[in-house]
Design a protein around this ligand. Structure first.
Ligand code: SAM
Length: 291
């Protein structure tokens, strides 16, 4: 039975030949050809027959087909016009799929959710993302505070590790804080290159992001908080005091920085990578109030 699915090497090759399709590397086109991996993605996404699914980059429909089978409705954004007739063909048995020809970075996803799904329907974003824009896509989706429950995505392994990292690890950085401020992040599976056609140069992981009801810390000014976090990691090997002195060089002397740091109880000789989100929030709020 599974032989018939789009996500098999033989069926994918058949479609490629039928349409004389050539992959565009610049659009991150690495298609999935393994149904087991897709079933894993869907399981971790929490998809069931009540759920709505939003997909980014359906390609030839490998994941879209599985989402159509397991969910109530799928809306997929695809940038490459050449794939539209192909998707029409490969997904013609599924009446619960809608393809939108648009760059996801330009889409008003909230309006699409409002107009394409039932009110209060649980919505999950599920995708094998184009790797060249993984971070901009995920940051757009989480920052827009969309009414979605979770995002489960196949991305570059190294990026997944950074997003799900814990303090005091090599992968921990400003991207970790940016993602974990909005979501609970977990790497659920690492996937071999052999499940893609063509095979990418990098290893991949499935990352699960569950949207938080509210951020885990209270910050007075979000933009300032994220700027301070970024500044704390500007030069990873430098101490917090040095990175912050550099960031605030127009506003404060080194002694003033030391005094503000002391008032928080956070040792300025630590490195950014040792601070957890609560400590960053305390630092940002203290610096913000002393402006
Ligand atoms: N979902 C398919 C699969 O798993 O076989 C294809 C995944 S492939 C890694 C990424 C897909 O995203 C491609 O179909 C590509 O054309 C599409 N894509 C690339 N950039 C995009 C963008 N900015 N907006 C929407 N789709 C995009």
């Amino acid at each position: 039975m599974s032989k018939k699915y789009i996500a098999t090497p033989s069926r994918t090759k058949e479609i490629l030949n039928k349409y004389k399709f050539s992959f565009k590397k610049s659009l991150g086109q690495n298609f999935l050809v393994d149904v087991n991996v897709l079933e894993n993605i869907i399981k971790h996404a929490g998809i069931d027959e009540e759920a709505g699914a939003i997909e980014i980059g359906p390609g030839m429909g490998a994941l879209t087909e599985q989402l159509a089978i397991h969910s109530d409705k799928v809306v997929a954004f695809e940038i490459d016009q050449r794939l539209l007739p192909i998707l029409k063909d490969t997904l013609h048995d599924y009446s619960n799929v809608e393809i939108i020809h648009q760059d996801i970075l330009e889409a008003d996803v909230e309006a699409v959710i409002r107009t394409h799904f039932k009110p209060n329907q649980p919505i999950h974003v599920v995708a094998n993302l184009p790797y060249y824009i993984t971070t901009p896509i995920l940051m757009k989706l989480v920052r827009d505070r969309l009414p979605v429950t979770s995002l489960t995505v196949m991305i570059q392994k190294e990026v997944a590790e950074r997003m799900a990292a814990k303090p005091n690890s090599k992968s921990y950085g400003s991207l970790t804080i940016a993602v974990q401020y909005y979501t609970e992040a977990k790497v659920v599976m690492t996937v071999p290159k052999s499940v893609f056609m063509p095979q990418p140069n990098v290893d991949s992981s499935i990352l699960q992001l569950v949207i938080r009801d509210k951020p885990p810390v209270e910050v007075v000014d979000e933009d300032f908080f994220f700027e301070l976090v970024q500044a704390s990691f500007a030069q990873r090997r430098k101490t917090l005091r040095n990175n912050l002195s550099n960031f605030f060089k127009e506003q404060y002397t080194k002694d003033e920085i030391t005094a503000i740091l002391e008032s928080t109880g956070i040792d300025g000789s630590r490195r950014g990578e040792s601070l957890d989100m609560e400590e960053f929030a305390l630092l940002a709020n203290t610096f913000y109030k002393s402006k």
